[in-house]
Write a protein that binds this ligand. Structure first.
Ligand code: NAG
Ligand code: NAG
Ligand code: NAG
Length: 484
């Protein structure tokens, strides 16, 4: 039927110029139709497989597994990230922990004794310590199946080169003397580090792009960061970095080491946690004046203050200002273990140690922030176990409290279970295992390897005809507004 009418239509318009034009147009339209259809189909084919992949990581039924195949993706033949570690003098690392070298090695013999890192609030930024220990330990564990990174002694064979400077500890120990002394030991060590690195063949070879530098405390590496910026930084957030020095493409966000105690064998329930919403500010305060200053004037202070007035009369909401002394940490532990929700107000930097304390306490984090940085967010879907609220919404009358009261037992329990699945990702351990924070950070470094290779290969294009190393666009250094 269709055929016949088509034929008669052809006969009807034969000999006319119009006919030629129509047929050409028709063919043109048909060809577009087929082209679009085939493009559409290929999209349909690839979608389900992508969706399966996402589901397999976040399937509510089974625990989240950091898939081994993610490691395989960045280089099928090498399962282990090979890391070369500079033998920096001990004053840059374990020397800061009062360890003294015996014999010629700059590293402690961890089979005998592992130097300990100071406790309290300094522990928050101890990622430098855990990663270094893990590499030292890899010499004894060998390439076991659970190992993500391994130390190699030939830098030509390494995927990345790590600079084992305990910059956060160094800041915590020495930087406060800055004002009195003119030049702190923190700055002296940073200057020394820059000189050391610039003299190394490894640095000259790559311009630093395959180097990994630890600077977890937002104020650590304050001076050297402007010279060492081609490297990958391991940070807590980007708040005090101009985007051309550190950014999410190049660098890695690592979790804070929690300071409250983990909640082992948590058998609590929605009803057994009496406090609805808990906010604990653990402060490093040196005087009452500094504390009240921080409370009202630091960025984030205004949100904190407004929330305090909005929530202070709610009887099951707990605002608490502890100090860093041990009873403060113990109080915080007790408080978070007996609360349903824990408030996280971004402080003067867009990250928060309290988030990780809340996760370890299985207290659903309520994050008040417009731009918080979260570790491993390519793997972890934080919306499954955190409540995110923008600053502007949080300070609306009754908004936050109604939102939280609206979350029932069922939803809370789902999120509480999820917290227990993900908490291992934020636990720093020695020896590392089971996708803990140490291994997750190595995975994140491994994910940067293709980008490093790309930069290095591009830089070699003109190696025969000119001798430039990696092209350095000058970092126009802009001081961020919250830089202090
Ligand atoms: C380091 O590795 C490179 C490449 O595999 C090799 O050519 C070189 O000989 C090695 N150097 C040493 C000291 O083993
Ligand atoms: C800890 O809690 C107790 C009672 O709950 C309180 O008296 C004390 O001041 C708290 N300590 C700190 C440092 O917050
Ligand atoms: C690099 O190039 C400059 C000028 O083109 C030349 O003076 C210098 O000797 C070269 N260096 C090396 C190591 O080839």
């Amino acid at each position: 039927m269709a055929d016949r009418s088509y034929t008669s239509w052809v006969i009807h318009c034969r000999n006319s110029l119009f006919c030629l034009f129509s047929v050409t147009s028709l063919l043109f339209i048909l060809s577009w139709f087929f082209a679009l259809r085939s493009a559409g189909r290929s999209r349909l084919v690839s979608l389900p497989s992508l969706r399966n992949q996402v589901l397999s990581n976040s399937n509510a039924g089974c625990p989240i597994q950091y898939p081994g195949r993610v490691g395989a993706e960045w280089g099928a033949e090498k399962k282990i990230l090979k890391v070369f570690m500079y033998d920096l003098p001990p004053e840059f690392h374990f020397g800061l922990l009062h360890w003294k070298p015996e014999g010629s090695s700059v590293w402690p013999d961890i089979r005998k004794k592992v130097p300990s890192y100071p406790g309290g609030m300094k522990l928050q930024h101890s990622v430098e310590y855990w990663l270094t220990l893990d590499l030292l330990f890899s010499a004894y564990s060998g390439p076991s199946p659970s190992r993500v990174a391994m130390r190699v002694h030939n830098s030509s064979e390494a995927d990345v080169i790590i600079v084992p400077f305990f910059s956060s500890l160094c800041f915590n120990l020495f930087a406060r003397l800055r004002k009195q002394e003119g030049q702190s030991h923190d700055k002296v060590l940073q200057d020394k580090l820059v000189k050391y690195l610039e003299a190394q063949d490894e640095w000259k070879r790559s311009g630093g792009v395959d180097h990994v530098i630890l600077a977890h405390h937002p104020n650590s590496l304050l001076y050297a960061r402007n010279q060492l910026w081609p490297a990958i930084f391991i940070l807590s957030d980007f708040g005090r970095y101009p985007p051309n020095i550190a950014n999410v493409q190049k660098d890695i966000i690592a979790p804070y080491r929690h300071v409250v105690k983990s909640y082992v064998d948590d058998s609590s329930t929605f009803d057994s946690r009496p406090i609805l919403l808990y906010f604990q500010a653990l402060l490093v305060v040196h005087s009452i004046v500094a504390k009240s200053d921080w409370w009202s004037t630091s960025p984030g202070g205004s949100v904190r203050q407004e929330l305090f007035y909005l929530l202070k009369d709610e009887k099951d909401v707990h605002f608490m200002f502890g100090s860093v002394q041990q009873d403060g940490i113990n109080n915080a532990t007790r408080g978070m273990h007996s609360s349903k929700f824990c408030l996280n107000i971004a402080g003067d930097t867009p990250s928060s140690n309290r988030l990780f304390d809340a996760i370890m306490s299985h207290c659903i984090p309520v994050i008040i922030s417009d731009d918080i940085e979260l570790p491993f967010e390519d793997i972890i879907d934080y919306s499954e176990f955190c409540i995110f609220v923008r600053n502007a919404d949080a300070v609306k009358q009754h908004y936050l409290i109604n939102l939280i009261r609206g979350i029932g037992k069922g939803e809370w329990t789902r999120m509480w279970k999820k917290l227990q699945e993900v908490e291992k990702f934020f636990e720093f351990r020695y020896p590392s295992r089971d996708n803990d924070a140490v291994q997750m950070i190595w995975w994140s470094v491994a994910h940067k390897v293709p980008a490093i290779k790309l930069k290095l290969h591009r830089a070699k294009r003109y190696a025969r005809t000119s001798n430039d190393t990696v092209k350095k666009e000058p970092p126009a250094f802009v001081v961020p507004h919250n830089f202090w």
